[in-house]
Design a protein around this ligand. Structure first.
Ligand SMILES: Cc1cc2nc3c(=O)[nH]c(=O)nc-3n(C[C@H](O)[C@H](O)[C@H](O)COP(=O)(O)O)c2cc1C
Ligand code: SF4
Length: 607
C-alpha cells in the first residue's frame, strides 16, 4: 500500500462520486473536498481544478478553503496517516512516549512523511476520547487506549501494509463509559413521542407551534454547549422572522478539549437528537436541518445516516411529518475538517456554506440572518435532547431538577486523574466535590471545568456548584492531582489556542502567539516577573479586543492558574529582574568602546 499521486482516472472517479452525493452547489464545496479526499488520501492540484470547474468557483477560493481546514491535505500524508490526539489528558496518559516509540519503529519524524511514503506521524487537537486516552486517528479512524502494546500492534499493521479494513476490529472500539444516569440518559422516550406531544400541545391550546416555544421557554433550558443562552428565547426570536425557509443547525463539533459527551448522544441517542431538531423545526417553522459533525467523529457517520433513513421511512422526517400536512423538514449531515473555531456558531454557519470558518460580525444575529441569510438557530447536541424531553414531559417536569436558575440535568465528560473517567449525568447544582468522589478522584488539586476556555478551580473551591450561576461548563471536567504541574497544563492550553486561532483578527492572532511564546520562555527558565505581568495584560487585552469567543477565552487558563498556582510560575523565573526584549546596553557597548566612552566611571561624572 503506497500513495503516490493518483492517476487521472482515480481523481475523476473520486470527484464524480463526491459530486453525485453533494451536487454542484458552491455551498457544498467543503463537503465535496472532504469526500473526494477520502479515496485519494489528499487533494492533488488536478482534483482541486476539477472541483473548481464543476462547482464554478474560482480556484483561489478552493485553495483558500483547503488551506483553512487541517484535515484537508494538499500533499500526500502517506498511505497511513497517524495523528495523535494532543489534549493534556492524552499527555498525562503517555501519548508523548507512545509517539516517540512509534516514530522510532516506523522510521518517521513527527510532522513528516516517511521517505517511502508509507506513513506520516503528527499531532492533532483533542479528538474527544479523553476517557480512553491516549488516543490517535489512523486515516481518520480512532484507536483508543494506546498503550505500548497497542502502539506496537499499530506499527506492525502499518509496516506489513495491512489495509485498514483488515485491522482487528477491537482496535477501533470506542467505549461510551456511561457512569451515572439521570432523567436524560434514562428516558425511555421512543422515536416520534416528542413530535406527537408537540402537535398535541399545540392542538389542545389552539396555539399550534407557539405551544412548543412556550414550553421550552418556560422550562428555562439554557444552552448546553457552554454559553448558556436561553434556548426558548433564541427559538422564538427566529420564529418571528418573516423570511423563510428557516434553518435548524445541530452543533456536533464538540471541539472543546476534554469534552466527549456529545459523542455518546450521537452514538446511542441519535434518535433523541433528531427528535429535538424536528421539534425545534416545528416550533420555529423550519424546513432545513443540518448536523455539523466534527471530522474526528466521522466514524459515526454511517450509523447516523441509517437513523435518518429509518426516520424518513417512519414518517418522522421528510414531507408531512407525523402525518401533518405542511410540516416538511429534513436533516443533512455535514462533516467538519479539523477546525476548532468552527464550533463557534457563526463560523459553523460559514463552514456549512462551504467557506472558511471565520466567525461573523454580529449583528445581525444568526436568528435573523444565518445560513445563506436565512433565519437560523444553532444549538448544541445535548440542548436538542433536553428540548425533546421538555416537549414530551413538560416544563414543570424539567424544572423539577436542577437549581432555580439552572434547570434540568447536565452531562459531564469526566477525565484526567480519576479512577472512573466517563460520562456522568447530574442535576445542575451538583458540587465539584461530589463529581470528584463519584469518579474516584482522590488527590485532586484542580479541576478544569469547561475545557481550556472554561475555568480552573482549586481545592478550596471544590464545594462550588456546576451550574450556570456558579461554574458553567459545556461538559468538560478534567481532573488534575498533586503530581501535575499546573504551569505545564496552562502552557499546553496556550499552545492549543495559538494553534487554533483562525488568524482573522489581530488581537487573537498576535496575542495567542505572544502568550504561547511567553509561556515557552518561562518554561525554559528565562522568564521574569515582568513576563508574568505581560501575560496578565495580554490575557485581558485578548478578552476585551477579540472578535470571537476563542480569543476572548484564550488567556483564561493563564489568568486562572496564575491566580491559583502562582508558585508553579514563579519557581521557573530566572530572576525577579526584568529581562528586556531589547538589550540596549549591549547594543551601545561597541559604540562606547569606539568612542572611548567605555570608562565604567564615566557616567558618574568622574572622567
Ligand atoms: C471557539 C468556540 C468553539 C465552540 N465550540 C462549540 C462546540 O463544539 N459545540 C457547541 O455546542 N458549542 C460550541 N461553541 C458555542 C457556540 O458558539 C454556540 O454558543 C452554541 O452552539 C449554541 O448552542 P447552545 O445554546 O445549545 O449551547 C463554541 C464557541 C466558541 C467561541
Ligand atoms: S478571536 Fe481568534 S478565532 Fe476568533 S475571529 Fe479573531 S482570530 Fe479568529
Amino acid at each position: 500500500m503506497n500513495r503516490a499521486t493518483p492517476d487521472a482516472t482515480l481523481i475523476d472517479a473520486a470527484v464524480q462520486d463526491a459530486l453525485r452525493t453533494w451536487g454542484h452547489e458552491p455551498t457544498r464545496l467543503l463537503q465535496v473536498l472532504r469526500q473526494a479526499q477520502e479515496p485519494l488520501g489528499f487533494l492533488p492540484p488536478a482534483a482541486l481544478e476539477r472541483i473548481a470547474a464543476e462547482l464554478r468557483v474560482p480556484i483561489a477560493r478552493v485553495r483558500g478553503v483547503m488551506a483553512f481546514y487541517s484535515f484537508l491535505y494538499p500533499e500526500s500524508p502517506g498511505a497511513y496517516r497517524v495523528l495523535f490526539s494532543d489534549n493534556v489528558t492524552d499527555r498525562m496518559r503517555g501519548s508523548k512516549e507512545r509517539m516517540r516509540e512509534m516514530s522510532q519503529r516506523l522510521w518517521v519524524e513527527a510532522g513528516k512523511v516517511s521517505e517511502d511514503g508509507l506513513v506520516s506521524l503528527d499531532r492533532t487537537s483533542c479528538t474527544g476520547m479523553c476517557d480512553q486516552a491516549p488516543a490517535l486517528l489512523v486515516n481518520g479512524r480512532p484507536v483508543t487506549n494506546v498503550d505500548a502494546v497497542r502502539a506496537s500492534q499499530v506499527c506492525d499493521l502499518i509496516l506489513s501494509r495491512t489495509p485498514l479494513d483488515a485491522w482487528p476490529a477491537e482496535l477501533f472500539i470506542v467505549e461510551d463509559h456511561v457512569r451515572r444516569r439521570d432523567v436524560l440518559l434514562d428516558d425511555p422516550m421512543r422515536p416520534g413521542d416528542a413530535i406527537r406531544a408537540a402537535f398535541a400541545r399545540g392542538d389542545a391550546s389552539g396555539t399550534g407551534p407557539q405551544a412548543t416555544l412556550d414550553e421550552v421557554k418556560n422550562a428555562r433550558l439554557l444552552g448546553r454547549g457552554g454559553a448558556g443562552f436561553t434556548t426558548g428565547i433564541k427559538w422564538e426570536s427566529c420564529s418571528r422572522q418573516a423570511v423563510t425557509p428557516r434553518v435548524v443547525v445541530c452543533n456536533a463539533d464538540e471541539g472543546e478539549p476534554g469534552t466527549f459527551k456529545d459523542r455518546l448522544l450521537l452514538n446511542q441517542y441519535a434518535d433523541r437528537v433528531f427528535e429535538g431538531m424536528t421539534v425545534a423545526a416545528y416550533g420555529i417553522g423550519a424546513s432545513l436541518g443540518f448536523v455539523y459533525l466534527r471530522g474526528e467523529y466521522r466514524y459515526l457517520l454511517d450509523a447516523l445516516h441509517a437513523t435518518l433513513d429509518r426516520r424518513r421511512r417512519e414518517g418522522l422526517l421528510g414531507g408531512a411529518i407525523g402525518g401533518r400536512e405542511g410540516f416538511d423538514f429534513d436533516i443533512e449531515i455535514h462533516v467538519g475538517a479539523g477546525s476548532y473555531v468552527c464550533g463557534e456558531a457563526s463560523a459553523q454557519v460559514e463552514s456549512l456554506e462551504g467557506k472558511r470558518g471565520i466567525p461573523r460580525n454580529r449583528p445581525p444575529r444568526l436568528a435573523e440572518k444565518g445560513y445563506l441569510g436565512l433565519p437560523t438557530i444553532v444549538n448544541n447536541v445535548e440542548s436538542y435532547c433536553s428540548a425533546a424531553q421538555i416537549v414530551l414531559h413538560g416544563a414543570d417536569w424539567f424544572r423539577a431538577r436542577g437549581t432555580s436558575r439552572s434547570s434540568g440535568t447536565k452531562l459531564l465528560s469526566v477525565s484526567g486523574d480519576c479512577e472512573r473517567p466517563g460520562i456522568y449525568e447530574y442535576p445542575l447544582g451538583v458540587t465539584v466535590q461530589q463529581v470528584l468522589d463519584d469518579s474516584g478522584a482522590r488527590d485532586a488539586i484542580a479541576v478544569q471545568a469547561g475545557g481550556p476556555s472554561g475555568k480552573c478551580i482549586g481545592q478550596d473551591e471544590f464545594a462550588r456548584r456546576i451550574a450556570f450561576e456558579d461554574i458553567e461548563t459545556g461538559g468538560a471536567f478534567i481532573v488534575f492531582d498533586g503530581s501535575r504541574d499546573m504551569f505545564e497544563i496552562a502552557r499546553h492550553f496556550a499552545h492549543f489556542f495559538a494553534h487554533e486561532s483562525c488568524g482573522f483578527c489581530t488581537p487573537c492572532r498576535v496575542g495567542t502567539s505572544l502568550l504561547r511564546n511567553l509561556m515557552d520562555k518561562i518554561s525554559k527558565g528565562k522568564g521574569s516577573q515582568h513576563d508574568l505581568n505581560t501575560i496578565e495584560e495580554l490575557a485581558r487585552l485578548l478578552h476585551n479586543a477579540s472578535h470571537c469567543g476563542l480569543g476572548e477565552s484564550a488567556g483564561r487558563p493563564l489568568l486562572d492558574t496564575l491566580q491559583r498556582f502562582r508558585p508553579a510560575y514563579e519557581r521557573r523565573l530566572e530572576s525577579p529582574a526584568v529581562e528586556p526584549a531589547f538589550d540596549l546596553d549591549g547594543a551601545l557597548d561597541r559604540a562606547r568602546r569606539v568612542t572611548g566612552r567605555d570608562d565604567p566611571g564615566a557616567h558618574l561624572g568622574e572622567a
